[in-house]
Design a protein around this ligand. Structure first.
Ligand code: CS2
Length: 488
């Protein structure tokens, strides 16, 4: 079969949406770091709507900070790819043209720096996942001893990390008298704009005090809440989508019909009108962000750890188990009591929608994928809610289930004695701690709670929390995750 490309676009089936604007007239106004499935299902889709409406300033240069895989698949396709939206009403296909160019940073860091310094670039968006910011999850502060940060400080003009690239690019722009770009973090970090601003200013401080002042005073870091469930694409997806297209697409992305983007409207250099695809611009993102991190991501991680341990491959498989559904609802109910809701939000409808989204059988979202990088995710997803509930004297037994599930999971051996492929920047330490403690809740829980990168001292010292998490872990170890969930 031929490949999806500019040349084969016109021959696609009529029901496949595609770019109708002149892609060759589009300028690159956005650089995106972390050109994975999520950005291509979310931000690129919103930008596509602005391009389709005729604003041709906002083409995207997509860069990967690690693997060449996405570039290798996209380049022969003129950076075109299919977005497959799958829900109860079937599948909708849209070919997206917003990405102009793809780069692989480790192959040529200077090429990426050059794009970042282009005066036409007004916005840098990021989806590099939590660990990509090289921060300490418990405090959200830059980890100065992170090996890649150490590298970037020693070799500031040959960076590897997102903070390293952005700070160096801003330094060059400032020196050349070019206005700064706006940095828009689209990862699930708490207060993501403020957090990334602090990380970058901290990194810059270690290089040059004036540069740090410039970043603090002159660079905008709007906060944003992003939401669209987007599992990793499988070979089966690629084959099925290519069959429907009649040409090969080696880089499609599968996602759900739901999509939400709430953005703090602070873009000194201008921005696309992402509201054309439904984005909401607000003055304070925090309530939206907390609602999403604590209700969605908190329950998602809970389902993922305990679901994986019970042998459930995907979130929708897990949702077929009534006791898991009940636990997910309970986690949402408890987390909701800690929140200041966004204006006009209907929390009951929000929770109901989440339950439906999780159950979507057309998405094969592996529990294993969500289990990744737990050390970076637990604080903002579950520990914040737990801390607030403790302060209010409220029960935490449902909220600790996900934390205890994670503790069982990071031992690296499942309930059948088979190895678990634990992916986490702290996996070596987690493994060492778990090996030393053995499968004994009274030893394992305290040993993991001693990891200050994850559990802040106040929380780790709270006897109610220690007791609840140790009890939950003991039940999971003794009976298995499924039985432990059923009795909660
Ligand atoms: C998930 C998120 O992988 C994970 O940890 O919880 O990626 C989740 O699917 C998104 O935040 C939904 O917007």
């Amino acid at each position: 079969m031929q490949r999806l490309s500019a040349a084969t676009l016109a021959g696609l089936p009529a029901d496949v949406a595609r770019p109708r604007y002149d892609r060759t007239a589009v300028a690159a106004g956005i650089v995106h770091l972390g050109v994975g499935a999520f950005q291509r299902a979310h931000q690129a889709m919103y930008t596509e709507a602005a391009l389709a409406a005729g604003d041709n300033r906002w083409g995207v240069v997509g860069a990967s900070l690690r693997s060449p895989a996405v570039r290798d698949a996209l380049k022969p396709q003129d950076n075109l790819y299919t977005l497959s939206v799958r829900g109860a009403e079937g599948e909708r296909l849209q070919v997206i043209g917003a990405i102009k160019e793809t780069l692989v940073a480790p192959e040529d860091p200077q090429a990426l720096l050059q794009r970042l310094c282009d005066p036409a670039v007004k916005i840098v968006t990021l989806t590099v996942t939590e660990k990509g910011y090289c921060y300490d999850p418990a405090t959200a502060a830059l980890d100065e001893s992170h090996p890649d940060i150490v590298h970037d400080l020693a070799n500031p003009t040959q960076p590897r990390t997102a903070p390293g690239f952005l700070v160096e690019a801003l330094r060059r722009r400032r020196e050349a008298g070019v206005h700064s770009f706006t940095v828009l973090c689209c990862d699930n970090l708490p207060h993501n704009g403020r957090t990334v601003a602090a990380i970058m200013a901290h990194f810059a401080e270690l290089r040059d005090r004036q540069l740090a002042g410039y970043i603090r005073n002159e660079v905008a870091f709007p906060s944003t809440m992003v939401d669209r469930i987007t599992p990793a694409t499988t070979d089966e997806d690629r084959a099925a989508i290519s069959r429907r297209l009649g040409v090969d697409d080696l880089a499609p992305v599968v996602t759900e019909p739901f999509s939400q983007w709430v953005i703090e409207d602070r873009f000194p250099g201008g921005r696309p009108d992402w509201s054309l695809a439904g984005a909401e611009f607000v003055t304070d993102v925090a309530p939206y962000e907390n609602m999403k991190l604590r209700l969605l991501n908190g329950s998602h991680s809970t389902l993922a750890y305990l679901g994986y341990l019970a042998g459930y491959e995907t979130v929708s498989d897990t949702m077929k188990d009534a006791s898991y559904r009940r636990l997910a609802e309970g986690v949402m109910d408890d987390a909701a009591t800690t929140l200041k809701m966004p204006p006009g939000a209907d929390v009951t409808a929000y929770k109901r929608a989440l339950m439906e989204r999780y159950a979507n059988p057309a998405l094969k979202h592996r529990t294993w994928q969500i289990c990744m990088d737990g050390s970076q995710k637990l604080p903002q997803r579950l520990l914040g809610s737990i801390r607030d509930r403790l302060a209010a004297g409220a029960p935490i037994d449902r909220l600790v289930m996900g934390v205890a599930g994670w503790m069982r999971y990071v031992t690296g051996t499942d309930e059948q004695g088979k190895p678990i492929d634990v992916r986490d920047p702290l996996s070596a330490r987690l493994r060492a701690v778990a090996d030393q403690a053995g499968l004994d809740a009274e030893r394992l829980a305290p040993a993991l709670l001693d990891m200050r990168e994850i559990f802040s001292a106040d929380l780790a010292a709270d006897l109610r929390f220690r007791g609840a998490v140790t009890d939950a872990l003991a039940r999971i170890i003794a009976k298995g995750a499924k039985a432990a969930v059923a009795e909660i």
